[in-house]
Design a protein around this ligand. Structure first.
Ligand SMILES: [Zn+2]
Length: 243
């Protein structure tokens, strides 16, 4: 079932804040006899990482050529924590209504079947676009924008979203936390004078993923993530159902 998760939905980060943390639940120790260790695990334990995804763009092959010239391909600049994904050298300008724009928005690779722009709320306010909170790839009935590159422009009819917070993990991580794909978790960030508990952190389980929470810049700033003293990922609530 979880094999159907679209790996290409995994996006990105521009800044990483790494916090080793331990869940209250007992750790599942990797099988030391076989030498097997799930992706991202350190010393037989999940290794929680919380990353801030700054605003970014995903493009189709066709749009890469329209923006950067015929025959152009994305050029990897920096690898992201999730294997196979990268920040490209290329950036685009994102233009909203009344010519409001964000310059130099990073393109993340590899290319995708649909182009998509992921913004924080602050970005969308400055652009004048009312971007809804959506999970990556769920771009039906979303606003569009214009992308401007050095070789041309692309008009997107839809695809501008605020990326919903989520956590990538492999199935060993999911077992460790007692969660399944598409369930919700809580991320607790303890931070001096501005701690935050993030609800609705969607589990995106994939066999190759490494444990990593993605939040946007507004969320990272709200809890001053870089100065956080403790970070905890836990199963949503106590397990009781609210009536
Ligand atoms: Zn992500």
């Amino acid at each position: 079932m979880t094999q159907t998760i679209d790996r290409s939905q995994i996006e990105a980060l521009v800044r990483n804040v790494i916090r080793g943390t331990r869940d209250a639940a007992p750790a599942k120790v990797a099988d030391s006899l076989s030498g097997f260790s799930p992706p991202g695990w350190v010393d037989g334990q999940p290794n929680l990482r919380v990353s801030i995804s700054a605003r970014h763009v995903h493009l189709t092959d066709e749009h890469v050529e329209m923006l950067f010239g015929a025959g152009s391909k994305l050029e990897p600049d920096k690898d992201l924590y999730q294997d196979g994904f990268y920040a490209a050298k290329q950036t685009v300008m994102v233009v909203g209504p009344r010519r409001r724009m964000l310059p130099n928005v990073r393109v993340l690779g590899p290319t995708r079947p649909f182009s998509q722009v992921e913004l924080a709320l602050t970005d969308s306010i400055s652009l004048g676009i009312d971007a809804p909170v959506r999970h990556s790839g769920h771009i039906h009935d979303t606003p569009g924008c214009v992308l401007v590159g050095p070789a041309g422009t692309v008009k997107l009819d839809h695809g501008v979203i605020r990326a919903a917070r989520h956590v990538h993990m492999n199935f060993a991580d999911a077992d460790h936390y007692g969660v399944k794909n598409s369930e919700k978790m809580q991320l607790v960030v303890k931070s001096k004078e501005c701690g935050v508990i993030f609800e609705d952190v969607l589990v995106r389980a994939d066999k190759d993923a490494k444990l990593e929470v993605h939040i946007d810049t507004d969320e990272g700033n709200a809890c001053n993530l870089e100065a956080a003293t403790e970070i905890l990922l836990r199963k949503d609530s106590c397990g009781c159902k609210k009536k």
